[in-house]
Design a protein around this ligand. Structure first.
Ligand SMILES: Cc1cc2nc3c(=O)[nH]c(=O)nc-3n(C[C@H](O)[C@H](O)[C@H](O)COP(=O)(O)OP(=O)(O)OC[C@H]3O[C@@H](n4cnc5c(N)ncnc54)[C@H](O)[C@@H]3O)c2cc1C
Length: 429
């Protein structure tokens, strides 16, 4: 169904339209620094902030204008998750799995503490609310699995509970689901505000942020890195690659380790208060159990932001918008007649094991593979890799995972449609 569009409809991000990034430091690239960071998203900026605070000279390059990447385009859900729960991780990875799960929680705590200013520095005003998450069974066949998940988390003492289908009315204004799980440890924020706040924080700490300057190559000589950019070269003792789904020809090996896949969001016009409450009485971050899942939430200014994808293939934003609008009305028929004001998309980085990865490539550290959930994790990984460089912390447990290349990565356009069909088939069972 074609979406109903508001007269002010724009095919661009709601968040970026509301909150522009701060002016980057800009200027000419320095001849030499302690650390070059590639990518000025949450990961790169958190890395730069920690390094500059520890007294290191650091420059962050971004190929695009500051605020262009996934960090300002996402759903703003802050979730301590990896793609399996604690028991699944332990089954698969043994004691390492327990440490991986602990890192997902540490990432969440780090972001909450940074926003609150618990480290004694200025906090970040980004409309953060510890809203909780509602994870919804899209088919009756998923209900038992969710019940089991809730029990698994509750057994660890976490504030997680299963909600029977008949009781879901208190959580969501929709008849489309067959039970759900409420996770208290999830929050919602305004992504562009978080990104802008982190950029300001890093620059205030002394990091230089130079945008519209792509890194085009990396080499090593006598133990030092030589980083070539579109505006000259920089020598550095260390390099952090924080490019996630947007890794390009500058880092061909890293590019082979992730599959960039589009995710799209529509944002409605501002909803009347009672309509907003009928959609989401609790204001939780909502996600369903499909492979091609939907994620949705009320925004701080009371719109509904509804995100997802139909397949792994790239599509136009307008095509994704119409699909999402139709899907939104199936979930929330009370929104019929509500217009869309913004539609946009961005890339997430999938890995073969659906886990984030950190590692080293020719001496440079990298963090990548958000698998659609990196607001907490990628921010923390940037911080944590910097602590590795300053000697404050050992590499995270995630660095112990083997990070395999995506097979036949340059042929992915040929086989992703087949994978999409398989996922879609599973979602309709
Ligand atoms: C539509 C959408 C919705 C999402 N929703 C959520 C959500 O609700 N919750 C959640 O946890 N996660 C979500 N995510 C994922 C989350 O946004 C990302 O995991 C996170 O922003 C990644 O941050 P990053 O800093 O690693 O990468 P990015 O923010 O993507 O930054 C990478 C930067 O690297 C730059 N770059 C690449 N190559 C070069 C080069 N050669 N030289 C210089 N610069 C370069 C790019 O220009 C880019 O700015 C979503 C993502 C999308 C796209």
């Amino acid at each position: 169904m074609p979406a109903l569009l508001a007269p002010s409809y724009a095919e661009s991000g709601l968040w970026q339209a509301q909150v522009p990034p701060p002016p980057p430091t800009g200027g000419e690239p320095p001849a030499s620094v302690d650390v070059v960071v590639v990518g000025a998203g949450l990961c790169g900026l958190a890395a730069a902030d920690t390094l500059a605070t520890a007294g290191r000279s650091v420059v962050v390059f971004d190929r695009e204008p500051l605020g262009w990447g996934a960090s300002s385009r996402n759903g703003g859900m802050v979730i301590p998750e990896l793609k399996s729960g604690p028991a699944g991780l332990e089954r698969h990875y043994g004691e390492l799995g327990t440490r991986l799960y602990a890192e997902a929680n540490e990432a969440f705590d780090f972001v909450e503490a940074t926003i609150a200013g618990d480290d004694g520095r200025a906090g970040i005003d980004c409309d953060y609310v510890r809203s909780g998450q509602l994870y919804l069974a899209h088919s009756p066949s998923h209900t038992d699995e969710l019940r089991h998940q809730a029990a698994e988390h509750a057994a660890l003492g976490e504030a997680v509970r299963f909600v029977e289908a008949g009781d879901l009315g208190a959580e969501i204004g929709s008849e489309a689901f067959h039970g759900g799980v409420v996770f208290d440890r999830t929050g919602g924020l305004h992504p562009a505000r978080l990104h802008a706040g982190l950029a300001t924080r890093a620059m205030n700490a002394g990091a230089r942020v130079i945008d519209r300057t792509g890194v085009t190559g990396l080499s090593r000589r006598a133990g030092r890195h030589r980083v070539t950019t579109t505006r000259g070269s920089v020598e550095a003792a260390d390099v952090i690659l924080a490019t996630n789904a947007y890794a390009d020809a500058a880092t061909p090996v890293l590019r082979r380790k992730v599959v960039p896949v589009g995710s799209y969001i529509i944002a409605t016009e501002v909803l009347p208060e009672d309509l907003a409450r009928s959609v989401s009485p609790t204001g939780r971050m909502m996600v369903d159990t499909k492979n091609f899942l939907f994620y949705w939430r009320l925004t701080p200014d009371r719109r509904l932001a509804f995100g997802g994808r139909r397949s792994l293939d790239p599509v136009d934003v307008s095509e994704a918008r119409d699909f999402l609008y139709d899907s939104m009305l199936r979930v929330h028929p009370q929104l019929a007649g509500t217009a869309v004001e913004h539609a946009w998309g961005g890339n997430v980085a999938l890995t073969l094991d659906r886990l984030p990865h950190v590692g080293r490539l020719d001496g440079a550290w990298y963090a990548t593979g958000c698998n659609g959930s990196g607001v907490a994790m990628n921010t923390w990984l940037g911080h944590r890799l910097s602590q590795v460089l300053t000697g404050e912390a050992p590499p995270p447990a995630l660095a112990e995972l083997k990070h395999r290349n995506v097979p036949l990565s340059s042929w992915r356009h040929a086989y992703l449609p087949l994978v999409s069909r398989w996922f879609d088939f599973q979602d309709h069972r």
